[in-house]
Design a binder for this molecule. Structure first.
Ligand code: 8X3
Length: 248
C-alpha cells in the first residue's frame, strides 16, 4: 500500500471543519487541523491522530506557517474557515464587518490556496474543496455582506477550476443551506443566544456539521477523474432560502 495521504482542513476548531477533519481521518487521511484556537485543534488532532496547526487564514505569514507544517505533499485541501458577522441591512451595515467577511471567506481561501498549491501539485492527484454556502447563490435581507462574500468564494472556485484545467487538481465547492452548528449563528449575532436560536426555531431537522462533512468525504473519495463541481445541500425542511418549514 502507498503512504498515507494528507488533507488540510482550515477552520477545524469547531462545526463543519472539525466534523470534516474527523470524516477525512475516518477515510484514512492524515489530517492537518488548522484554526486560530490552538487548544481546540490540539484536542482534535490528538483524537484523530492528526497534526494541529494554529493558523489565521487572513494572515499570510500565519498561512505560510501552515504550508510549512503541512509538508511538501498535500492531497486534499478543505478551505472551510469562514463565517458571517452581522445581519444589518445594506443601509446600516458596518463596512468593517463586510471587510472582515471578505477577508476570511474570500482572501482566507485565496491565501491558503496559494500557499498550498505547490504541495497539492506535488501530490500528482489533488483536490481542493471550498466551503461555500447557499448564501453564495441568492440574496436575502440583512445578508448582504455575507452573501457578497460567499458569492466571492463561489466565483473564486470557478475561476480556479478554469485556470488549473489540465493539471491533476480537482476543484469543488460545497454549498450548504441551514446547518445548525454551535457557533455559526452565535458569531453572526455577536453572542445573542435568542437571535441565534431563532434561526433554527421550529425547524424539524436542520443539517448537522456531520452531514456536510459526509459530503466532503464523498467528494474526496470519488475516482480521480470525477470532479464534483458544486454540491448544494439543504435540510429537507428548507426548500429555498426563504421557504423553511417550521413547526409551532
Ligand atoms: C449559511 C447559510 O442561510 O445562513 O452559510 O446564509 S445562511
Amino acid at each position: 500500500m502507498g503512504t498515507q495521504r494528507t488533507a488540510v482542513v482550515t477552520g477545524a476548531s469547531s462545526g463543519i471543519g472539525a466534523a470534516t477533519a474527523r470524516a477525512l481521518a475516518a477515510e484514512g487521511f492524515r489530517v492537518v487541523c488548522a484554526a486560530r484556537r490552538a487548544d481546540r485543534v490540539a484536542e482534535l488532532a490528538a483524537e484523530i491522530d492528526g497534526l494541529a496547526v494554529t493558523c489565521d487564514v487572513t494572515d499570510a505569514t500565519s498561512v505560510a506557517g501552515l504550508a510549512e507544517a503541512a509538508g511538501p505533499v498535500v492531497h486534499v485541501l478543505v478551505n472551510n474557515a469562514g463565517g458571517a458577522f452581522g445581519s444589518d441591512p445594506v443601509e446600516k451595515a458596518d463596512p468593517e464587518q463586510w471587510r472582515a467577511m471578505y477577508d476570511v471567506n474570500v482572501l482566507g481561501t485565496l491565501h491558503v490556496t496559494q500557499a498550498l498549491l505547490p504541495a497539492l501539485r506535488a501530490s500528482g492527484d489533488a483536490l481542493i474543496v471550498n466551503m461555500g454556502s447557499t448564501a453564495g447563490r441568492i440574496a436575502y435581507e440583512g445578508g448582504g455582506g455575507y452573501t457578497a462574500a460567499k458569492h466571492g468564494t463561489q466565483v473564486l472556485t470557478e475561476t480556479l477550476r478554469l485556470e488549473l484545467v489540465g493539471e491533476p487538481i480537482r476543484i469543488s465547492e460545497i454549498a450548504p443551506g441551514m446547518v445548525r452548528t454551535d457557533e455559526f449563528a452565535m458569531v453572526r449575532f455577536a453572542g445573542d443566544r435568542e437571535k441565534a436560536d431563532a434561526v433554527y426555531a421550529g425547524v424539524p431537522d436542520p443539517l448537522l456539521a456531520e452531514d456536510v462533512a459526509d459530503a466532503v468525504a464523498w467528494v474526496a473519495t470519488r475516482p480521480s477523474h470525477v470532479n464534483i463541481d458544486e454540491l448544494v445541500i439543504r435540510p429537507r425542511a428548507q426548500a429555498a432560502q426563504h421557504k423553511v418549514h417550521r413547526v409551532n
